[in-house]
Every structure is written in structure tokens, then in C-alpha cells.
Design a protein around this ligand. Structure first.
Ligand SMILES: C[S@@+](CC[C@H](N)C(=O)[O-])C[C@H]1O[C@@H](n2cnc3c(N)ncnc32)[C@H](O)[C@@H]1O
Length: 313
């Protein structure tokens, strides 16, 4: 794993072991079909700045509501999980409103290119955390592409997913996940082949750990913002022509007909933070945004955001 921003500054020569680590990480990801799939998807959407405009406006509106101002006693830091090409965030605006902007992704090249494209690669406020595996199991999933898993292989991988961690020094006032949880779950389902009870259990373990990681990175009284795609035009062909005011009703229809990505019913996630005895104490408040459409070019997604305020104590 690599962490930019906390290591040598750009332009400085990294220590030899740091150099080796970078080579190892890149080599690993080139051999790993699960990581490759993410890189390939990022390559396909690298020029998405224009098509992402509406989606980016929604994401930025949510994030800027949580930004601080000059009167804040402690400058606010934000951490963005799955920042990838950074097409869904406006980095100059973020560095204007947050003291530090931490960008996390498995895909090193996407993060570096994204910050260069937006002209902020040299900013001291931008901290890149590249080669970070948010699922904790990308290596194992990669192996399953060549050697399909047997039921007995799952418990150890579920345990690894449940203990996934990333070496980033929090806490942050805002931790946002940028349509990444669906990718983490999709990676499990693709590597597993046919959906089975075991693969669903693993997918849900990855989902729950992602939420826990977000909580751990968030400071008391801060906010975690889970932005997630819920379903796509692959199963709702008219998604792009539904008037925006009808989207909330359409979303409910999709949920009622079980037309949503595995584990990503936003109402069920909200209900957990509001009603589930185990999760309720982890949230001071929990709100679901109105849905919006993310146009990815060839495909559209219906997206919404769950914002959870972490208790102060
Ligand atoms: C749908 S993209 C998010 C869009 C992105 N913010 C953009 O504007 O291009 C999901 C991101 O999650 C990243 N990702 C997928 N699996 C990951 C993992 N296991 N660990 C870390 N990042 C991962 C991908 O590399 C990708 O950049």
C-alpha cells in the first residue's frame, strides 16, 4: 500500500524501500484481475468531467453544507473514499472550504491524473492515499478469478473483510464514500461467480465494514456521507427520462420490486441507523437525500446519499 502526502514531497526522491513498495504495489495490481477491473472502469470514465456535471453538483452541494469557515476553532478536514478520477468532486472548491482534502483509492494513476487535471496536484492541502484497498480482500478476490472459491473458502475471507483497515490518520470532520460501496460489493459478486448464500454474506460483510471504517475515520460530532448508486439503466431503461420530481416515487417502486443492487437498499440502511439497537447508538442523526441521476455516459444510475452525524460522546 502506498500513501502520498504523508511520505516524501513531490519532486523529492523517495527512500529506496518506498520506491520498491510502489513498484510492488503496481505489479500486484497489474496481475490482479479484481483490481484491474476497477482500473479499467476508471480508464473508461476518465474523460467524464462534462457528463458527471449534474452528479458532481449534487455531491458538492452535500459536501459544502458540511464545510467550515474561518471562525472554526479547529480547521475541518475531509476524507473522500473512492475518489478515483475525481470527476465527481470539485477539488479547487474543496480546498477553499476544507483545511485538508484526503483522497483515497486503489487506483494510483486515476488519483494522480485527477488532481493534475484539476490543477491541484501541487497543493499542500491535497493528500493522496494511493493503492489503498478499502475492502481488505482485493488480493483474495483476484485469486478467485482463476481459482473459483469453494464454500469452505469463505469464512476466512469474511473474517479478513470484517477486519479491513486503512492506514490513514484520522479523524476527519467529513468522511464521504463516492459511489464506491457498490464497487466493493460488485467485486465480491464478480469474483464469486454465481450468487450463493456465502457470497452474499461476504458482500454484506464488506458493506458493513465500509460503514464501520467510515465511522472510525470520522471525529465525534463529524459526519459520514455514504453516496451510493442504487440501481442503473440496465434494469430501468427509462431512468434518464424520469422527471427529477418523480425520482423519489420511482426509487420506492424500484425498492418495492427488489430492483436494487445487493445490500444497497438506502431505506434499509437509514432504518438501521434510526431503529436497529446495535446501530442506533452510533448516530446522533441520520438523513437520506432525495435521489438524483448520475450520467456515466453509456449508463445512468440512480443515486442517493445517507448522511450520518456521529455522536459527540
Ligand atoms: C465509481 S468510482 C467513483 C467515481 C470517482 N470518484 C470518479 O469521480 O471518477 C469508484 C472508485 O472506487 C475505487 N475502488 C474500487 N474498489 C476499491 C477498493 N477495494 N479499494 C479502494 N478503492 C476502490 C475505484 O478505483 C474507483 O475509483
Amino acid at each position: 500500500m502506498e500513501t502520498f502526502g504523508r511520505g516524501p514531497r513531490r519532486g523529492q526522491r523517495p527512500a529506496p524501500n518506498e520506491n520498491q513498495r510502489k513498484k510492488d504495489s503496481v505489479a500486484r495490481s497489474q496481475l490482479n484481475p479484481s483490481a484491474n477491473l476497477q482500473t479499467q472502469r476508471n480508464t473508461e470514465s476518465v474523460d467524464g468531467w462534462q457528463t458527471f456535471a449534474g452528479h458532481r453538483a449534487q455531491v458538492m452541494s452535500l459536501l459544502l453544507k458540511l464545510a467550515g469557515d474561518a471562525s472554526d476553532p479547529v480547521p475541518r478536514r475531509i476524507c473522500l473514499l473512492g475518489a478515483g478520477n475525481c470527476n465527481d468532486i470539485d477539488l479547487p472548491q474543496l480546498i477553499h472550504h476544507f483545511a485538508e482534502v484526503h483522497l483515497v483509492d486503489l487506483d494510483r494513476d486515476a488519483l494522480i491524473a485527477g488532481t493534475r487535471t484539476q490543477g491541484v496536484a501541487e497543493s499542500e492541502q491535497i493528500k493522496l492515499h494511493v493503492g489503498m484497498d478499502l475492502s481488505g480482500i482485493v488480493e483474495q478476490l483476484g485469486q478467485w478469478h482463476t481459482t473459483p472459491p469453494r464454500p469452505g473458502d469463505y469464512p476466512a475471507v469474511v473474517a479478513n473483510a470484517r477486519s479491513a483497515t486503512i492506514p490513514i490518520a484520522g479523524p476527519f470532520y467529513v468522511v464521504a464514500s463516492l459511489c464506491t460501496i457498490s464497487q466493493l460489493i460488485d467485486a465480491v459478486l464478480i469474483a464469486s461467480g454465481q450468487p450463493t448464500q456465502e457470497s452474499i454474506t461476504l458482500a454484506l460483510a464488506v458493506r458493513d465494514r465500509h460503514l464501520e471504517l467510515m465511522e472510525q475515520l470520522t471525529q465525534p460530532g463529524g459526519h459520514l456521507v455514504l453516496i451510493t448508486d442504487v440501481t442503473s439503466s440496465a434494469t430501468v431503461p427509462d431512468l434518464n427520462v424520469i422527471p427529477v420530481e418523480q425520482l423519489p416515487v420511482k426509487l420506492i417502486e424500484m425498492i418495492n420490486t427488489r430492483n436494487f443492487f445487493t445490500g444497497l437498499n438506502p431505506f434499509a440502511l437509514l432504518a438501521r441507523y434510526r431503529q436497529d439497537p446495535e446501530w442506533e447508538s452510533r448516530a446522533e442523526s441520520a438523513e437520506l437525500s432525495a435521489p438524483w441521476i448520475w450520467n456515466l455516459g453509456p449508463r445512468q444510475y440512480i443515486v442517493c446519499a445517507l448522511t450520518v452525524r456521529k455522536p459527540v460522546h
